[in-house]
Design a protein around this ligand. Structure first.
Ligand SMILES: Nc1ncnc2c1ncn2[C@@H]1O[C@H](COP(=O)(O)OP(=O)(O)O)[C@@H](O)[C@H]1O
Ligand SMILES: [Mg+2]
Length: 268
C-alpha cells in the first residue's frame, strides 16, 4: 500500500524548485519584476476571459436558433451584390454602398437599427444578410428570424407542444443576440392566422423583443436589429403597436435602405 506518501513535502519541494527556476529566469533575462502582473491581476484577467468565453458560447447558441425560410440557411456577402441585375444599376449600386457603410459603422461598435424597405424580390434580404455577415466577421453574435416561419411555429404550437420549447429558445435568442435580422416583418399581418389568435401572440412577442432590445435608461438601442419589410412605417404601425415599430424600425432616413425603382430579380 502506498497510502502513507507525504504529498505535502513533495509539493513543497516542487514549489522550491519552481521558485529557484523563476529566480534564474528573471535574472538571466533581466526581467523587471515590478512590471509583472500580480496574482490578483492574473485572477481578474482569468475571470474576464471566462466571462468572454461564456458570452461567446451564449451568442453561438442564439445563432443556432435562427429560423430560416424553408429551414435552409442562406448567406450573402457584399461582394455578391450585382448592381447590374437592376435596369437602374445606379440606384442598386447606391443601395449596396449605403448598406455597406452602415455595416462598417456597426462593425466598429456603433449601435443603431437599420431597415431595408421595398417590394418583393428586389434584394432586401440579400443586403440585410450581407450586413449580418459583416457583423459576424466583426465578432458579433447574429440570429436570423424569418417572420413567416415564426408565424408558422405559432400556428402549429397547439398541435405540437414541443414547439413551445422551440419558441422559448427563439424568443431568448431574439431578445439577447447582439444582432437580430427580422426578415419580412409585416407579411404575417395579412395572413389568415387571425382565427387562431396568432396575431395577438406575435404582437405580444414582438413587443417583448422590442423592449428587450431597447435600453430605456439611456433611451438607446441595446441590441442591433436589422429589419426587412414590404410595408411602410404607417402600415407597420397599423399592424403593431406604433411604439413597438418606432423602437425597432428606424424612421431616420440615414438608417433606411430604400429600394425604390427596383425590379423583382428573383430567378433572373
Ligand atoms: N443586386 C443583386 N445582386 C445579386 N443577387 C441579387 C440582387 N438582387 C437580388 N438578388 C437575388 O435575387 C433573389 C431575391 O432577392 P432577395 O434579397 O431575397 O429579395 P427580397 O428580400 O427583396 O425579396 C435572391 O436570390 C438574391 O440573392
Ligand atoms: Mg426577403
Amino acid at each position: 500500500m502506498t497510502h502513507g506518501v507525504n504529498t505535502t513535502n513533495s509539493f513543497e519541494s516542487i514549489g522550491t524548485i519552481l521558485g529557484d527556476l523563476r529566480e534564474k529566469v528573471i535574472e538571466s533575462r533581466h526581467i523587471d519584476v515590478s512590471s509583472l502582473p500580480t496574482k490578483e491581476e492574473l485572477d481578474r484577467q482569468t475571470a474576464i476571459n471566462a466571462q468572454k468565453a461564456l458570452s461567446r458560447q451564449k451568442q453561438e447558441f442564439y445563432s443556432e436558433q435562427s429560423l430560416w425560410p424553408a429551414d435552409t440557411p442562406v448567406s450573402f456577402n457584399f461582394s455578391d451584390w450585382k448592381p447590374d441585375l437592376q435596369e437602374n444599376s445606379k440606384v442598386a449600386r447606391e443601395a449596396g454602398k449605403k448598406a455597406y457603410l452602415l455595416a462598417k459603422r456597426l462593425a466598429i461598435g456603433e449601435k443603431f437599427n437599420v431597415v431595408f424597405v421595398g417590394a418583393p424580390g428586389v434584394g432586401k434580404t440579400s443586403l440585410a444578410l450581407a450586413t449580418l455577415c459583416e457583423l459576424k466577421k466583426a465578432g458579433k453574435g447574429t440570429v436570423f428570424v424569418s417572420t413567416a416561419e415564426l408565424a408558422g411555429l405559432y400556428q402549429q404550437k397547439r398541435e405540437y407542444p414541443d414547439i413551445l420549447k422551440r419558441l422559448a429558445k427563439v424568443e431568448d435568442a431574439m431578445k439577447h443576440s447582439d444582432v437580430l435580422l427580422l426578415d419580412d416583418l409585416g407579411t404575417e399581418g395579412f395572413s389568415t392566422f387571425n382565427d387562431f389568435g396568432v396575431r395577438t401572440d406575435m404582437q405580444q412577442l414582438i413587443y417583448r423583443i422590442s423592449n428587450a432590445r431597447f435600453d430605456f435608461k439611456s433611451n438607446r438601442v441595446r441590441g442591433i436589429t436589422l429589419t426587412t419589410t414590404n410595408n411602410s412605417q404607417d402600415q407597420l404601425k397599423k399592424m403593431y403597436d406604433p411604439k413597438i415599430i418606432s423602437r425597432l424600425v428606424p424612421a431616420n432616413k440615414e438608417q433606411r435602405v430604400v429600394f425604390n425603382g427596383f425590379k423583382d430579380v428573383r430567378g433572373v
